[in-house]
Design a protein around this ligand. Sequence first.
Ligand code: FAD
Length: 461
Amino acid sequence: MRAALVDIFGTESVSDDGADYAGDWTENAPAMPAFVVRVSREEQIPQLLALANERRIPITPRVAGTNSGGLAIPSEGGIVLELGALDSVAIDPVHMIAWIGPGVTWERLKAETAAHGLRLGYPLAPPDTSVLACALMDGLSTMSLSHGSLGDWVLGVEAYLADGTKVKTGSAAASGLPWPLSRGPLPDLTGLFVNWLGTTGITTRLALTLWPLRSHRRRDMIPCVRNEDAFELMRTGARTGLFDDIAGIGWPGAKWALGLDELGPRDPAEPSQYVIADYGADTEAEIELKHKRLVELAPVAPVPVADLVALAPELEPFSDLPTRLDFLLDHEGGGLTWVGTYGPLDKLEEGAALGEAILAEAGFPPLTVTRPMKGGHYAVLRMIERFDRRSEEETARVRKVNIKVGRALMELGYVPYKCPAVLYDELFARLDPGFLKLLNTVKRAVDPNNILSPARWRFDR
Ligand SMILES: Cc1cc2nc3c(=O)[nH]c(=O)nc-3n(C[C@H](O)[C@H](O)[C@H](O)COP(=O)(O)OP(=O)(O)OC[C@H]3O[C@@H](n4cnc5c(N)ncnc54)[C@H](O)[C@@H]3O)c2cc1C
């Protein structure tokens, strides 16, 4: 096998030391790949697919492996396909589109788009991770209140199916233009690649929607002592259509950011949620109007994040994204995991209370991340745990917690996004039988030998 891989990728780009790829910083079970290969030219992908089909070897695409759900963990004995070197970017300034390869990072895309007077929203993810992978996973960002999850921003892709067929989706399938300008008006097969976690194809380019850069920006923080006040602000703020983002981060996040590692229970007088409102405008008058409206809606006076950072420089990561949240990544024990869900905006109080109680009962500070999505049509509710992954006991405990949180939130109508491997059974057990049948039919049609990320999602149930 090694010789065949070297023929395609060259000696330097084939490794049989998969130790760094077998697991991630979550509690999801590791699996050791037989080989890791680094793509340097797109043409190598169909050659690898032919080999993998012939020998029935699973392939798992990967860029930085930071999805925090075990989703880039390969199949035991399979091949990890590293795509970071495919990092081309073309910006279409007229139609406000970025046409990007898998290796394009948030940091780089921010710089490239700003050079054209354009912008996009950013996740809390590290700056050196893949935009394309996040969009394919339907992630979320600081423009998800105004414009929905990242899957909604994808206008089309260029991808290789398992049999090596190269496909273009979106309007570019017919227009003859180099990249799609819209997802229609043809059948929307872009959806065949979004939320499938690499099980239907290897995406080599993706067209992402951008927006104009505004000359005036504000990022204000509203500390809310009660979750209810924070969620009410999110609901009312969403309906104004004025803000790019109104997101809440639970109290343990702020304390960890300030370097306080050992957290007891929250003092009832302390804020439970730190809500951050992010908004822009083209003129001073417009931004002032938006600010005034926020002041009217907020339960307490909003404080510019820049002022907070001047007082407490440790809060700098909250001032501008993308950023590296060291307090989540560089703590003793190194484990980080979460259950993130999309679901009802009107059940945030109930969902957060349930999630917080489950985490607190198991001895984890109850860190929530919440935001209204797409103008307030739904919400994100995410429960995050830092843990000591050197401890088997704590890893097993966090696994149980995530299953319990996932179950409780699904009962309320929330659906896990980037569904972590530990929740597959819970999710699949709830799928509409017809939908599951359709999933299986599609998967078998596009990947009959099941070589594409077979460890992700479990078809044929
Ligand atoms: C502290 C922290 C905060 C985060 N905050 C956010 C957040 O706010 N919002 C958010 O959305 N995410 C967040 N993330 C998750 C993650 O970092 C981002 O989604 C990131 O952009 C993923 O990029 P990656 O390179 O790590 O992807 P990887 O983990 O390498 O890949 C992700 C998935 O995509 C598949 N894949 C990769 N490339 C391809 C391809 N070319 N074709 C098909 N499938 C492919 C992989 O197999 C895997 O299933 C956060 C992570 C951390 C650690």
